[in-house]
Design a protein around this ligand. Structure first.
Ligand SMILES: C=C1C[C@]23C[C@@]1(O)CC[C@H]2[C@@]12CCC[C@@](C)(C(=O)O1)[C@H]2[C@@H]3C(=O)O
Ligand code: AKG
Ligand code: FE2
Length: 359
């Protein structure tokens, strides 16, 4: 029986101060515990230098005949891109955004009834990565995997439940199909076909994949320049698909440029390459470092669909992408093993599974 995502953190309790979650709306000044300096995050002020300030991740039309190459190129240079004409109905994006908004509008005491347990996976709370930082993040989150019914029951009266569960189910189904399509488009650009990765066959019913939804809320903040919504991290996924509301905040990092803000484009979705796709592509696709900043006048919502393989699937560099004389850059790893490594070593997880290669 493969481990499900719900079991991943069983042996890895993380003490997270959910119960200290403030009522953000009541704070008119930024408490010191929320004020970040470069000591708390060395990349904090890596701003784009003026000549590069106009650079941005590409917006790719999925109906374009050259979409596969454009996606491949974006995965290599940015590790992120936006997509239009992705086929996910606008009403569904509006539906999940409405659900997310109404969840975070609930009083803190109600949200805490569905708090994520220390060894648990789903529910309400601060970001899992909070334990790696001295300062707190100006955000709250809600993680869902599988049916959200049990958690939603703790939040809402019966008459909302069917509708909200249907939205989540439909959203996950659409995202699942889209993620598989995007993975195959980007692999095609590298000359990799289904023959090369049998477990991920595009024609299978996606039984090999599993996912989680991360709902994020970044409340209005009295001093946004000193606060941090979600600290810099890479996702552990193959791919992450993100819907953001119409408030900017997501930033991606490029070594040669610095932090670049991803502007919200109505109806489009942001796609991030995660660590497992970086491994699968033998380092050709970049798992992108990203973070979320906050805003003084507008609150921000985002919904991240975190997508990876079932827990018994070993991910390793596709042999075709390892040069005939070279060796794979990474050892093989399952998503579960990787999430556990990440839960202990955070942003060092990827380098921990790197092979030692003699130059
Ligand atoms: C499957 C997962 C990926 C994730 C950890 C999680 O168990 C569920 C939440 C995900 C998330 C979202 C915010 C950033 C992140 C680093 C975190 O702390 O929780 C990611 C995790 C990840 O991709 O490693
Ligand atoms: O809110 C955002 O834009 C980023 C969210 C994110 O990175 C995540 O949930 O993993
Ligand atoms: Fe992320």
């Amino acid at each position: 029986m493969p481990t499900m995502l719900t079991d991943v953190f069983r042996g890895h309790p993380i003490h997270l101060p959910h119960s200290h979650q403030p009522d953000f709306t009541s704070l008119s000044e930024l408490p010191d515990s929320y004020s970040w300096t470069p000591k708390d995050d060395p990349l904090l002020d890596a701003a784009p230098s003026p000549p590069a300030a106009n650079e941005n991740i590409p917006l790719i039309d999925l109906n374009h005949t050259d979409a596969a190459n454009q996606i491949g190129s974006a995965c290599r240079t940015w590790g992120a891109f936006q997509i239009a004409n992705h086929g996910v109905p606008l009403e569904l994006l509006q539906g999940i955004e409405f659900l997310t908004g109404s969840l975070f509008q609930l009083p803190v005491q109600r949200k805490l009834k569905a708090a994520r347990a220390e060894t648990g996976f789903s529910g309400y709370g601060v970001a899992r990565i909070s334990s790696f930082f001295n300062k707190q993040m100006w955000s709250e989150g809600f993680t869902i995997t599988g049916s959200p019914l049990n958690d939603f029951r703790k939040l809402w009266p019966q008459h909302h439940l069917n509708n909200y569960c249907d939205i989540v189910e439909e959203y996950e189904e659409q995202m699942q199909k889209l993620a598989s399509k995007l993975m195959w488009l980007s692999l095609t650009s590298l000359g990799v076909s289904e023959e090369d990765i049998k477990w991920a066959s595009a024609n299978s019913d996606l039984n090999w994949a599993q996912s989680a939804l991360q709902l994020n809320h970044y409340p209005v903040c009295p001093e946004p320049d000193r606060a941090m919504g979600l600290a810099a991290h890479t996702d552990s996924t193959l791919l992450t698909i993100l819907h953001q509301n119409n408030t900017a905040g997501l930033q991606v990092f490029r070594d040669d440029i610095g932090w670049v803000t991803v502007p919200p484009v109505q109806g489009s979705l942001v796609v991030n390459v995660g660590d497992l796709f970086h491994i699968l592509s033998n380092g050709l696709f970049k798992s992108v470092l990203h973070r979320a900043r906050v805003n003084q006048t507008r609150s921000r919502l985002s919904v991240a669909f975190l997508w990876g393989p079932q827990s018994d699937i070993k991910i390793s560099p596709v042999p075709k992408l390892v040069s005939p004389v070279g060796s794979p850059l990474y050892r093989s790893v399952t998503w579960t093993e990787y999430l556990k490594t990440k839960a202990t070593h955070f942003n060092k997880a990827l380098s921990m599974i790197k092979n030692d290669i003699d130059e």
